[in-house]
Design a protein around this ligand. Sequence first.
Ligand code: NIG
Ligand code: FE
Length: 389
Amino acid sequence: MGSTVLTGIGSLVTNDPALGEGPLGLLTGAALVLDGERIAWAGPADRAPAADEAHDLGGRAVIPGFVDSHSHLVFAGDRTAEFNARMSGRSYSAGGIRTTVAATRAASDTALAGNLARHLREALAQGTTTFETKSGYGLSVEQEARALRLAAEQTEEVTFLGAHIVPPEFAEDPAGYVALVTGEMLTACAPYARWVDVFCERGAFDGEQARAILTAGMAAGLTPRVHANQLSYGPGVQLAVELGAASADHCTHLTDADVDALAQGSTVATLLPGAEFSTRAEWPDARRLLDAGATVALSTDCNPGSSYTSSMPFCLALAVRDMGMTPDEALWSATAGGAAALRRTDIGRLAPGARADLAVLDAPSHVHLVYRPGVPLVSEVWRRGVPVA
Ligand code: NIG
Ligand code: FE
């Protein structure tokens, strides 16, 4: 695989302040040189070094591929009826997860892998080049291990979420389920996963149970991330920061102490506006977190219950319209922010040495992703230096 120079880039987001203007390291009239899987050079077009091949982008914008650091894509079935009921006034509850658990348990490996592949293709076409995905709709030793094995065949970022809810067969014995998750299930699942997650929420797992699950996961070599403070105030965010979790996800109901903890600690606040959109809930306050100095990521939370979108551009538009972010902040959070939430430095930026994962927009700048909501502007996607969509 030789080198390729991408010329005629109307505007280029590098996410490297040393290469261009502002936190996005923005360059206009730029070129990029890809060498194999990596970025070899980024800068003004008139100084671009020669390469084996040239590809003229005709003034289109280039951004780093989106890093979707939170999704739940190993599932079967859908929850249209539940969505319809919500849009007629019912509220969201974690209990709906059981519908997807039943459908997922009954599905074949082929059906689950096919469904996952379809959603990953859909996301890729919308500019997402890195996807995290979780188990959590199996909730038995065999089913959780199967979900993670299938996920690991299609993505490098896999999260063990055996503690999504207590399954029906343990309804009378939640402590027994926590013992299973931290024991036999963890042993069977840890080899396939990089991360351990828990849904810390009323109706799911409380602070004490979440701590037991996360610390057991850490002892098995996994790094924690937490579904925290989604439906109500609670201990999730503080626990995430205390344990040095990579990310606290949702962060919809935050006290001042929660915001301070996120600002002081190393845990990224991952906001998932698709969930508030699809559950008609109040929006997380991105502005408050950013002003306090927290690192904010944006992701889809793509799942059949609370947020059935694979579209990062849609999430950017919501975050700007309703969560107080600027288009530049939203773009950063959906790329470099997602990389930070996955503790990755090789993705989420287009600087020498980074992976050549990028999206070409049918627009002169990244702002159009938000300025023209709902318009499919992603016209080319390159992953590891190769055009893939
Ligand atoms: O992140 N909050 C917990 N889990 C998912 C929803 C899962 C579902 O409703 O199926 C979420 O929103
Ligand atoms: Fe989630």
